[in-house]
Ligand binder design. Structure first.
Ligand SMILES: [Zn+2]
Length: 147
């Protein structure tokens, strides 16, 4: 699954959470919940590196956009939700750049066995990302204090 979608789902968790710690934990839970749902993937990382790099940069840009659009009183919990949502996928860039995963082997094994990947599901990723982005935009607007 695209990390950008994990970031946006984590932002929604952050908006709903009472504080940053629950937002982070909820963001991690949302990651694994989303990975169970059939999604795009099932291709060797070497063959999708251009997508992975674009997705990583888009995810970072999404974090900056969501942070900036969040009302000040909710920024830390929204950021914590996004970080929690993206954190389980840190094994991918870490393995590519440094040759190892930062997580225990049992964590990586669990993360691997729950995947339901299909290389034809990219259109679904785009639609899910657009829907999540719209939901985050809406939530940021409605939670802004009326001035
Ligand atoms: Zn994952």
């Amino acid at each position: 699954m695209l990390v950008t979608n994990h970031v946006l789902a984590g932002a929604l968790v952050g908006y709903a959470a009472p504080g940053p710690v629950s937002a982070f934990v909820g963001g991690v839970a949302s990651h694994f919940g989303m990975d169970v749902v059939p999604h795009w993937g099932d291709r060797p990382i070497e063959t999708v590196m251009h997508i992975a790099v674009a997705d990583g940069l888009t995810g970072l840009a999404a974090m900056a956009w969501v942070w900036r659009s969040a009302p000040r009183r909710k920024r830390w919990r929204v950021l914590a939700g996004m970080v929690g949502g993206a954190m389980p996928d840190l094994d991918k860039p870490s393995t590519v750049f440094f040759g190892f995963s930062p997580f225990p082997a049992a964590w990586d094994e669990f993360h691997s066995v729950i995947q339901t990947e299909d290389s034809r599901r990219m259109p679904q990723e785009i639609v899910v990302g657009a829907a999540l982005g719209l939901a985050v935009l809406t939530w940021s607007r409605v939670s802004r204090p009326h001035a």
